[in-house]
Design a protein around this ligand. Structure first.
Ligand code: ZN
Length: 58
């Protein structure tokens, strides 16, 4: 899809690193499937993936 941030790049499937802050703890999740803009590097993680990560307790 076309990147909505820079409006020039096309996104490509890749892996992102997400950071969540929860209950005062910072959780870093690496290797999350995402679409990444080839131009500006914006990461698009789908909502289902994000929701699953936010529910993760471990
Ligand atoms: Zn972009």
């Amino acid at each position: 899809m076309k990147c909505v941030i820079c409006k020039h790049g096309e996104t490509r499937p890749g892996r992102a690193t997400l950071t969540f802050t929860r209950d005062g703890t910072t959780l870093v999740v690496k290797g999350v499937p995402a679409d990444i803009c080839a131009n500006c590097g914006e990461e698009y993680v789908d909502e289902a993936t994000t929701a699953r990560l936010l529910r993760y307790e471990g």
